[in-house]
Design a protein around this ligand. Structure first.
Ligand code: 26Q
Length: 818
């Protein structure tokens, strides 16, 4: 019979199979005979969760007993992706689960693909928060992540006739096996109303905020497993509930619909993630989200502190609050309110305690991305906080003046921006309320001191520090690229699993022909897998032997997908003009979402798709060039694309990409980088060696100088005939014959302003691409460089980043694993 054809499970796999079957029966309510793939996925997830929960409770109990400091990572975004395979891998159960499922005729890889991708974030900042959560569990930092449990995460991107459209992504449709709702952990969050002042027992002023409106924040906990399952931390996400879900008075008066509007308004706070990753929306709902989760999180950690330590004054010794950008910056005022209004602390004590507790990470220098809120809006929504912000500002400005600040410095240091109709600068609020402020790469942290925070850095010297970003090698090497991880294990042993810097042991194998062959075979298999995805989603056939040249990230002008596609067109022209040359076959892969309102970014997506349509069907190209725009880029798709890349495009205008983290993921997986000297690319060059990375283009200083003296894109275009030809073609509708004017705006913008210096860098970018072609012609040389990249990228593990935060910001000990 059929069942006897199945492989028999042994040992651990047998007991794990029994646990899965018990979950299937008693938690999912399905007989194995009729269970569908989704049922198996749920049963497996619940089985794994049981194993995780055992470790979770042990960790939580241990942390309580130690009585030490906890880290609270405040982030409006956690771009988690799927949790099953990463959880199995960290628990050491990947092989066990595979065998257990095989014994009941189920393929782990098939059901793992059904898990929803939790996209509670936009891009780099949200994914960094997720990598940090995993690394904190790994290196033994007792940590809570705090954020919002959005019902709808980042939108789904559909590409229709080459244009992006957006639709809601319902990640909770099949339920979420990883979370535990904690209905009993709920806090009241106030909005609006007024502040009542009275006199305290000693004659001092006492302030009581009487909000007009209250919303409940309800906790949902997700365990976060570290490597080898040794420690499990908590991600606590808040969901908004109305305290009066049916407005009984209105309901009884017969207004059945009206009775629900208060509930709808309250619950809209956790409905959807704001999909802009750079230009702040400036909408009231966003400010409500920021305050909602910040207040709930602070109330929660203060309650936990008092329960264990009884005394609010020791808060900074027991709690470190890290603000992920300014999105939770209202925490400075909210913690002050809690300390002063509720715990009757003096101003001076409260401010010292707040500053000792909080620190702030900046992720951008782009002026349009710096958050600020109109004073009248803050005043109406959070009147007590506005008072506190004014009071903080008065003291900071007095201090600055005493230290000799000029009027211009005072204006720059002020939390209130008087220039644009009085706004509260959240960056300045976060800065003055923090003991440390950090950038996310060496270059970015230096630029912070010279630009946005120049004067604050003078008044508070030493407060700005650098913490170069990192990525978790568990998800981005072991889980995403099991082929490479397996080869590395066979070659250099298991040490790198516990300490990514041990990857250097690979260096001696970089020129070893036998190892090169196996390394290339792994890459080829990953490329074949991506080719299959491309075939299935786009109906496009690509050859895994071609050079896979990849740019995947949010669509943004500063990231310069336009530079890449224009150079692609130049290559297309050259192939047709010189069919006799021996061109390197290339596949250009693009993916990324544009904010729904970012029109020029959406036109770049359309241009890429227009070019793809023409190039992919032109017989004159003879399959030497293919262009693929993969829709709906997310963490799961990244896990397929990144291990398959030969070339990683990191080509932002120098000085504009704070760090980048995709750059690290590619290099760790053996792609070579073509990039500008921007963000963490600079440090990647230092680590992998200048011979093993392709750096081109203007430096940040040169960009600044060129902007200062005035850009001259027309001169750049005139100086490079290939560029001129490309722009002529795009502008005149060669790629959009049905609508020849379609890309006119894009070309005009490049010709007349070119703020992102695409035309300045085009020629050196092009030249570098041809050098890359040449290197591809010598596989042994290419492979050597690729292997050296893998060997030397260990420093970019987020474990290292987290140890740096622990040592230099949080004041915490960390442990080695393994
Ligand atoms: C702000 C206000 C209102 C609505 C949205 C926002 C908002 C949301 C997300 C503003 C910015 C973001 C995301 C920024 C981001 O992802 N920055 C990236 O952070 C990475 C991690 O440090 C860096 O590697 C990238 O260089 C940086 O662009």
């Amino acid at each position: 019979d059929e069942a006897s054809a199945l492989p028999e499970a042994t040992g651990d796999a047998r007991s794990f199979r029994d646990l899965i079957l018990a979950k299937l029966t008693y938690a999912v309510g399905k007989d194995p005979i009729v269970a569908r793939d989704h049922d198996w996925l749920r049963a497996l997830s619940l089985a794994l969760r049981d194993r995780i929960v055992d470790r979770w409770m042990a960790t939580t109990r241990g942390v309580y007993r130690m009585g030490g400091k906890r880290v609270y990572y405040f982030s409006l975004e956690f771009l988690i992706g799927r949790l099953l395979k990463d959880g199995l891998n960290n628990m050491g159960l990947l092989g066990t689960a595979r065998e257990a499922l095989a014994s009941v005729g189920v393929d782990l890889d098939v059901i793992a693909e059904l898990e929803a991708d939790a996209a509670l974030g936009n891009g780099g900042l949200g994914r960094l928060a997720a990598c940090f959560m995993e690394s904190m569990a790994t290196v033994g930092v007792p940590a809570y992540g705090y954020g919002i449990r959005y019902e709808n995460g980042l939108f789904r991107q559909n590409i229709i006739d080459g244009w992006q459209t957006e639709s809601p992504e319902n990640w909770l449709a099949y339920g979420n096996p990883w979370e535990f709702p904690r209905r009993e952990v709920a806090y009241e969050i106030g909005f609006g109303g007024a502040v009542e002042a009275s006199e305290g027992w000693d004659g001092s002023a006492v302030h009581a905020w009487k909000p007009a409106e209250t919303v409940l924040a309800v906790a949902h906990d997700t365990p976060v497993v570290g490597w080898r399952g040794l420690r499990v931390n908590t991600l606590r996400l808040w969901s908004a509930r109305s305290p009066d879900p049916i407005s009984l008075d209105a309901f009884n008066a017969g207004d059945h619909i009206g009775a629900l509007t208060a509930r709808t308004k309250a619950e809209s706070i956790s409905r959807v993630l704001y999909p802009a990753d750079s230009t702040p929306a400036g909408q009231e709902l966003r400010l409500r989200q920021e305050y909602f989760f910040t207040s709930a999180s602070l109330q929660d950690l203060v309650r936990r502190h008092l329960k264990q330590h009884r005394e609010i004054r020791t808060l900074a010794q027991k709690a470190a609050v890290q603000l992920n950008d300014t999105h939770p910056a209202i925490a400075v005022a909210e913690l002050m309110r809690i300390l002063i209004d509720i715990h009757a602390m003096s101003w001076a004590d409260a401010f010292a305690l707040t500053r000792d507790t909080i620190s702030y990470t900046n992720h951008t220098l782009l002026p349009e991305a710096l958050e600020s809120w109109p004073v009248p809006l803050l005043e109406r929504l959070l009147p007590r906080h506005m008072q506190i912000i004014y009071a903080i500002n008065a003291r900071v400005l007095t201090e600055a003046r005493a230290a000799g600040a000029t009027d211009a410095m005072i204006a720059a240091v002020s939390i209130i921006d008087e220039g644009h109709g009085r706004r509260v600068r959240m960056g300045n609020l976060a800065f003055v309320g923090s003991h440390k402020v950090n950038g996310v790469s060496a270059l970015h942290s230096e630029l912070m001191k010279e630009t946005v925070f120049r004067d604050l850095n003078t008044v508070f010297p030493g407060r700005i520090t650098n913490k170069t970003n990192g990525i978790t090698p568990r998800r981005w090497l072991m889980t995403a690229n099991p082929g490479l991880a397996g080869l590395l294990r066979e070659t250099i042993g298991e040490g790198f699993l516990d300490d990514a810097e041990k990857l250097v042991a690979l260096e001696p194998f970089a020129r070893d022909p036998g190892f090169q062959e196996r390394f290339a075979a792994v890459k080829h298999a990953n490329k074949a897998r991506l080719a299959k995805t491309i075939q299935q989603t786009l109906g496009l056939r690509v050859d895994p032997a071609a050079l896979f040249d990849v740019q995947v990230k949010r669509m943004h002008e500063y990231k310069r997908q336009l530079l890449n596609i224009l150079e692609t067109i130049a290559l297309y022209n050259a192939i047709r003009t010189h069919p006799e040359k021996d061109w390197v076959p290339r596949v250009k892969v693009f993916a990324g979402k544009a904010a729904a309102s970012y029109t020029s970014a959406k036109y770049i997506i359309k241009l890429i798709n227009d070019v793809a349509k023409m190039v992919n069907t032109d017989p004159a190209v003879r399959n030497l060039l293919k262009v693929a725009f993969l829709p709906n880029y997310n963490v799961s798709l990244a896990e397929v694309i990144i291990p398959a890349a030969d070339l990683s495009e990191q080509i932002s205008t120098a000085g504009m990409e704070a760090s980048g983290t995709g750059n690290m993921k590619f290099a760790l997986n053996g792609a070579l980088t073509i990039g500008t000297l921007d963000g963490a690319n600079v440090e990647m060059r230092d680590h992998v060696g200048a011979d093993n990375i392709f750096i081109f283009g203007l430096t940040a200083a040169e960009v600044e100088a060129r902007r200062a003296k005035g850009l001259n894109p027309r001169a750049n275009i005139e100086a490079d005939p290939a560029l001129a030809e490309v722009l002529d073609a795009v502008g005149s509708g060669v790629f959009s014959p049905a609508d020849p004017q379609r890309h006119r705006g894009t070309v005009d913008n490049l010709t007349n302003s070119d703020w992102f210096l695409v035309t300045d860098d085009f020629t050196s970018y092009s030249a570098m691409q041809r050098r890359i072609d040449a290197l591809w012609g010598t596989p042994a040389a290419w492979r050597e460089k690729a292997i050296l990249n893998v060997a030397r990228m260990g420093w970019f593990s987020s474990d290292r980043t987290i140890r740096d935060y622990s040592d230099e910001i949080w004041g915490l000990p960390t442990v080695k694993v393994g």
